[in-house]
Ligand binder design. Structure first.
Ligand code: FAD
Ligand code: MG
Ligand code: MG
Length: 319
């Protein structure tokens, strides 16, 4: 028996994403309980259906506050805190712009500049009024929409990890389509997580990240995008301009304990670019980043919680 023979993989499609669960036992019941848990979270947090806790807040924009459950309130509070940081490129009120561009969904198109200008007026995170005592959320302006797409998968990955821990599972991996969370080690001592080669086949990797008990989240411009007249439009939008963020980066990967941090920081640091991010992370030693640039460099902020095995000669480790 090879080490990998001990790993059982279960898959599903949820949240428009391929979901993969790896366990060290054959346990259909546990796997279906995990998928049910993810589905339940999706039901609360999605903005891709008319009904969810988040959508009930959105539907009441400009009109009244809506009470939500404690976990959803806490998640929204966290999303707001990151969004109101000075010059933050993370903005959870980006919903109207996401809905207008439809990047990664049917019917995408490049909005007129005047449309974007109008929508930017309803994407100020300060206009989200949180009331702790009633656990309610009020979107101050009509048309405002919360979108937790840049934080919710990370949060859900942590919910799954906590659930597996409660079930006495000591080794497992959950991949929510780019958001990986791990429990314990993998078959060969650490979990091996592939870093995809941008704009290539799904199997092509530029390297493998080895971690134990860590989250690995990657956000890039090569998964959800469309092309028009030779121009590529990807799904991380600049809250200042309304257009996709444009800089030297292809992707940002975050290695951290909690996947919610990974999800937040991938989006936040993507907007900062490499130089600023490296300085920024000096204050957060438990958050480590791997940047992949358009000129095919791989840059680490630090490397205490993971090892990296390069696999593609076109990409060079710098620094
Ligand atoms: P990240 O880089 O972490 O986040 C990018 C996403 O966040 C964008 O797709 C957008 O939604 C939003 N965003 C864009 N710019 C910013 C910004 N500046 N600040 C903050 N947020 C920004 N996909 C489907 O195709 N069909 C579905 O039915 C579907 N349902 C979903 C339900 C849930 C609960 C969740 C969490 C996601 C769902 N998705 C679905 C995927 C979703 O639309 C996003 O594409 C996905 O969350 C992006 O994750 P990421 O880690 O790749 O990107
Ligand atoms: Mg994400
Ligand atoms: Mg993110």
């Amino acid at each position: 028996m090879t080490p990998d023979d001990r790993v059982y993989a279960y898959s599903a499609v949820l949240m428009g994403s391929p979901i993969l669960l790896k366990l060290f036992e054959h346990n259909e019941t546990l796997a279906s309980n995990v998928f049910r848990l993810i589905k339940l979270q999706e039901t609360k947090l999605t903005v891709n259906r008319q009904q969810s806790e988040v959508m009930s807040v959105n539907h009441a924009a400009g009109d009244h506050a809506v009470a939500v459950s404690k976990p959803v309130f806490d998640l929204i509070r966290r999303a707001k805190a990151v969004s109101v940081l000075e010059n933050s490129s993370f903005n959870f009120t980006i919903g109207p712009l996401v809905k207008r561009w439809k990047i990664g969904f049917n019917g995408n198109s490049v909005p007129a500049a005047t449309d974007l200008q109008a929508l930017l007026k309803i994407t100020d995170p300060h206009d989200v009024i949180l009331d702790e005592s009633s656990q309610s959320v009020f979107l101050h302006k009509a048309g405002m929409e919360i979108d937790l797409g840049a934080i919710a998968k990370g949060y859900i990955a942590d919910v799954v990890r906590d659930f597996l821990r409660e079930q006495q599972v000591t080794q497992a991996l959950i991949n929510l389509g780019g958001n990986v969370q791990t429990l314990g080690a993998g078959a060969e001592g650490a979990w091996a997580i592939g870093l995809k080669k941008p704009f290539s086949t799904p199997e092509s990797l530029i390297g493998v990240i080895n971690v134990t008990n860590k989250s690995v989240v990657t956000s890039g411009i090569y998964e959800r995008y469309f092309e028009l007249n030779g121009q590529r439009y990807h799904h991380i939008l600049d809250p200042k301009t309304g257009y996709p963020l444009d800089n030297e980066l292809l992707s940002v990967t975050i290695i951290s304990d909690d996947s919610i941090d990974g999800d937040i920081y991938t989006t936040l640091l993507y907007g900062m670019g490499v130089e600023k991010s490296l300085r920024y992370l000096e204050n957060f030693p438990h958050i480590e980043a791997i940047f992949v640039t358009k000129d095919q460099q791989i840059i680490f902020s630090s490397q205490r919680q993971f090892t990296f095995m390069p696999l593609d000669p076109d990409y060079h480790i710098t620094g």
